[in-house]
Structures are given as C-alpha cells and as structure tokens.
Write a protein that binds this ligand. Structure first.
Ligand SMILES: [Zn+2]
Length: 54
C-alpha cells in the first residue's frame, strides 16, 4: 500500500502500474507520479499546468 506524499491518504494502485505513470490523489487532488514500482514509490508530479509547447 502506498500513501500520498502530500496528504498521507492511502492510494489504491492497480496491478499493472508502470514507472512514470501519473495518477491523481482522490483525497487532495494532487497529481502524482509513480517513480518506482519495486518497491512502489509515489512522488508528487512536477507541476504541468503550462502547455509544454509540443
Ligand atoms: Zn493526497
């Protein structure tokens, strides 16, 4: 079980998570990035509100 690094809420992760996958904390709404899958580590994703100009 992983926890949100921002609000410590428990995160429900699927069995097929991938490193770099983004998810949103149901509790605080922070965008999170899976930085490692074994063991699972979740970190707040870098702010990406701006369009990166692709
Ligand atoms: Zn949270």
């Amino acid at each position: 079980m992983s926890q949100c690094p921002v609000c410590d809420a428990d995160l429900t992760l699927g069995d097929d998570i991938l490193k770099g996958e983004l998810l949103e904390c149901d509790d605080c709404g922070t965008e999170l990035e899976i930085t490692s899958v074994d063991p699972v580590k979740v970190d707040a994703a870098p702010a990406a509100e701006e369009d990166w100009g692709q």
